[in-house]
Design a protein around this ligand. Structure first.
Ligand code: NAD
Length: 504
């Protein structure tokens, strides 16, 4: 690569190198921003319909390349191949569909009701921000940045994308796909590298930052953004609770708990990280969860056959992303066990497999102060606590500095809704978990330390714009009531008018 520095990507399942790409020089980032600013002007001035005309081709390219995308994501993250299809590609395609159908309605100018100012007219125009910096994590390295990038672009912005250094090839493929669909190259540029590149990108002063990642990094990004008063959206971590009430469908709840806790090896911002179950059904529910967990097949999602072709393996759960993550999970389990907790399955890292595998682990009897109840694990751990009432479950569920999502499980609609209405979280599911992330129409984002702002949905799309208020007046009045001169006659008129307009 002619002496330029290179970033390698490795499979966490097998340790083999997946590939490499040029590392972006920090010194190149201001120039990239300048180019993006330049091309954004014309792009932003084009009509929405013209920008949206990119989408049918984009949809076709994603569909044509679905196997290649899903394989690359599975290589870089270790997630099962069907999971890559379901949670990386379907959200991407659903966002395209949503924008094709809804962007016109969401972004069209809105007329305001001005009350008695009948001689005036106000419009809200949702205009582009300029250049948006999108900084992404490794756990959904295609789906997360794709949904954000396409919405930012359709809203009329240019994008600088900084994918995680652990999954850079998925980010690179994403950028190539937009190019193949016909997007002008400088409108979407890739910045490859670690956090130092993310930091440099924030420091160059984009017009908006969308950061998805840990709370700790999110706070650094927010404080750096404050220097330039750069607006930002933060999609951060979670410690999401699942509340199983005594009248839940236990079979479905157990299936939901197992998928919710162990999909993507638990490395999901909204994974079920805490479960509270009412005492009358606790024994049966826990037995079901443990039995179902025991049936999960763990291993590398892909293998290279001796002939070189790639074979998709039938697995349900892959590895963790790296050794640091595995140590963190083991430390939380060790602490929970030392405090009197019990592992009903799992509990010890897997050294029989080459990658960073950790078995799906169900913990019970863990006392309240333990890290598994407080800190984001981001691994395949499911601590379950038995509660005496829904009330106790709600109190425990809300006792967290995180509040991304939560779920309540009950067959009684009235009760489920009442409990859902008291859970502190950006999304509350009744009898389901996680999946609405993949529905572009629904908003995504958290309360408390789980983040700021929303992505996806009408709100998320508008968050890629700024609102210009245009006020118009064409009546040839000599003066307005509130203008000079402040005469006695005007005072009387104003008092009468106030009584007339607002007195009833
Ligand atoms: P991370 O915070 O370590 O890194 C995220 C991104 O930020 C990476 O691209 C990284 O290179 C970059 N970065 C690091 N330091 C930076 C700095 N100082 N300035 C700018 N950028 C910097 O997070 P991660 O380990 O990649 O991802 C896991 C975390 O992401 C978890 O906490 C998870 O809950 C969270 N997450 C949240 C959502 C959500 O939608 N709320 C979705 C996925 C993941």
């Amino acid at each position: 690569m002619h002496g330029e520095e290179v970033l390698y990507s490795y499979s966490p399942a097998t340790g083999e190198a997946v590939g490499s790409l040029p590392l972006t020089e920090i010194s190149a980032i201001p120039g990239m921003l300048a180019k993006a600013k330049e091309v954004q002007k014309a792009w932003g001035e084009r009509g929405l319909a013209e920008r949206l005309s990119l989408l049918p081709r984009l949809r076709a390219v994603v569909l044509e390349q679905k196997e290649e995308i899903a394989r690359l994501v599975s290589w870089e993250t270790g997630k099962p191949y069907p999971e890559s299809l379901a949670v990386e590609l379907i959200p991407a395609l659903d966002m395209i569909r949503f924008l094709e159908k809804e962007a016109g309605r969401i972004l069209r100018p809105e007329r305001l009701d001005l009350g008695w100012f009948v001689h005036k007219r106000s419009l809200l125009e949702h205009i582009p921000l300029g250049v948006v910096a999108i900084i992404s994590p490794w756990n959904y390295p295609f789906g997360i940045p794709f949904t954000q990038v396409v919405a930012a672009l359709m809203a009329g912005n240019a994008v600088l994308l900084k994918p995680s250094e652990l999954t850079p090839l998925s980010g690179q493929l994403l950028v190539e796909i937009f190019g193949e669909a016909g997007l002008e190259p400088d409108l979407l540029q890739l910045i490859s590298g670690d956090g130092s590149r993310g930091e440099a990108l924030v420091a160059t002063g984009p017009d908006k930052i969308v950061f998805t990642g840990s709370v700790a990094t999110g706070k650094k990004v927010m404080s750096a953004a404050a220097q330039g008063l750069i607006p930002l959206t933060l999609e951060l971590g979670g410690k999401d609770p699942m509340l199983v009430l005594r009248d839940a469908n236990l079979e479905r709840a157990a299936n939901g708990a197992v998928w919710g806790a162990f999909t993507n090896a638990g490395q999901v911002c909204a994974s079920v990280e805490r479960c509270y179950v009412e005492r009358p059904v606790a024994e049966e529910f826990i037995a079901k969860v443990v039995a179902k967990t025991g049936r999960l097949r763990q291993g590398s999602p892909l293998e290279r056959a001796p002939g070189g072709e790639v074979v998709v393996k039938p697995v349900d759960i892959g590895p963790l992303i790296n050794e640091t993550q595995r140590r963190k999970v083991q430390a939380q389990v060790d602490e929970a066990l030392s405090l009197g907790g019990r592992a009903l399955c799992g509990g010890q890292e897997r050294l029989d497999l080459p990658g960073y595998f950790y078995p799906p682990t169900v913990l019970v009897d863990v006392p309240p102060g333990a890290a598994v109840w407080q800190e984001e694990t981001f691994g395949p751990l499911l601590p379950i606590a038995v509660v005496d009432s829904a009330e106790e479950g709600i109190a425990l569920a809300n006792d967290s500095r995180y509040a991304l999502s939560a779920s309540v499980w009950s067959q009684n609609r009235g009760k489920a809704r009442a409990v859902a209405g008291r859970l502190e979280a950006g999304t509350v599911w009744i009898n389901d978990v996680i999946y609405t992330y993949g529905l572009a129409a629904t908003p995504w984002g958290g309360f408390k330390e789980s983040g700021l702002g929303r992505t996806h949905s009408a709100e998320g799309l508008r968050d890629f714009t700024q609102t210009r208020h245009r006020n118009e007046g064409y009546y040839p009045l000599r003066s307005e009531l509130q203008w000079y001169p402040y005469t006695e006659k005007k005072r009387i008129w104003l008092e009468r008018l106030m009584r007339f307009l607002y007195g009833r």
